[in-house]
Write a protein that binds this ligand. Structure first.
Ligand code: NAI
Length: 302
């Protein structure tokens, strides 16, 4: 089997000055891609800025014989997102892949969460991924090719204490990514979503060293690279990845408990059938919205 290669491909990785983004950028470059290394260079909370992180990753790529250019714009600004896409086109002549990875944290319980903490996190993760993908989309449509990765999180999938802002943004990226997958399919634009688990400045203060040593970001980037390769046909899928584990997720549906629509439904019927509704035994899996609505339609016609 041949290697997964990105020769002649241009990849934009946001938030690539450290952690997972850096690892993605280095891997793409190693496999032949020209890389736009974007990073605002601020703190974990999204304060301040600096050119050093992105520039250092560019130097690392160049030292290994690869090609890269740095960009220091913020994903949360429309103009910034447009500038990073322009940097790809101006420097390397095209853009093929967008890895939406930039992120910040403003964790606090919902009781203490102020509007600024909510908006700041939504602006970087959710609006930022919209801004960058939106700026790249016309190029992807025109060339009939594009690959997009949305970086979600276990917090978005399952919720997490102290992360109402982050979890909302990360869950939003799943909906955005799955919708883009449907809109992009006929233009050969694929969008997939990852929920990674890796050592970075986001996790190194909350996880013990004996766990962190198994969480090299290099265990996440190979999935990202494969999803963005020409050969991979996956589109609109959600993967959990980290610590050497790679897995695909889907919604599971219980029961169903069902009544005839025209006969109505009472709270007592729901109560009396709660076990059927709650039990995962014999669950079905919906792959698409058609699968999901199909079950309702079948019930209506029955
Ligand atoms: P990180 O903090 O090392 O990386 C995030 C990068 O984004 C930083 O270098 C930061 O400067 C940059 N950034 C922040 N705001 C930006 C903006 N407005 N414009 C451009 N760049 C900006 O953390 P890590 O862990 O590498 O995070 C990468 C992504 O993975 C994030 O979206 C994060 O939410 C997600 N993630 C990470 C997990 C983990 O286990 N490390 C778990 C689940 C999700």
């Amino acid at each position: 089997m041949s290697d997964v290669r990105f020769d002649d491909k241009v990849v934009l990785v946001t938030g690539a000055g450290g952690g997972l983004g850096r690892s993605h950028a280095l891997l793409f470059a190693k496999h032949g891609a020209k890389v736009v290394v974007n990073d605002l260079g601020g703190s974990l909370q999204g304060e301040g800025s600096g050119e050093t992180p992105a520039q250092k990753v560019v130097e690392e790529i160049e030292a290994a014989g690869g090609k890269a250019v740095a960009n220091y714009d913020s994903v949360s600004e429309q103009a910034g997102a447009e500038a990073m896409v322009k940097a790809a086109v101006d420097t390397f002549g095209r853009l093929d892949v967008v890895i939406n990875n930039a992120g910040i944290l403003r964790d606090t319980s919902f009781k203490k969460m102020d509007h600024d903490a909510f908006d700041a996190v939504l602006n970087v993760h959710l609006k930022g991924s919209f801004n960058v993908t939106k700026a790249a989309w016309p190029l992807f449509l025109e060339q009939g090719y594009g690959r997009v990765i949305m970086t979600s999180s276990a917090a978005g999938l399952y919720g997490n204490f102290g992360q109402t802002n982050y979890a909302a943004a990360k869950a939003g990226l799943i909906g955005m990514g799955q919708t883009l997958a449907q809109e992009g399919a006929k233009y050969n634009i694929h969008t997939n979503i990852i929920a990674p688990f890796a050592k970075s400045r986001m996790t190194e203060t909350i996880l013990p060293p004996e766990v962190l040593e198994h969480l090299d970001p290099n265990l996440v980037s190979p999935l990202v690279a494969w999803l963005c390769s020409d050969e991979c046909t996956s589109n609109g899928q959600v993967y959990e990845v980290g610590a050497g584990l790679v897995t695909r997720l889907r919604w599971a549906r219980t029961g169903p408990f069902a009544v005839v629509a025209k006969e109505g439904l009472t709270p007592e019927q729901v109560r009396d059938n709660w076990e059927t509704i709650e039990s995962m035994e014999g669950h079905t899996v919906c792959e698409t919205i058609q699968d999901s609505l199909g079950q309702f339609m079948k019930h209506i016609k029955a």
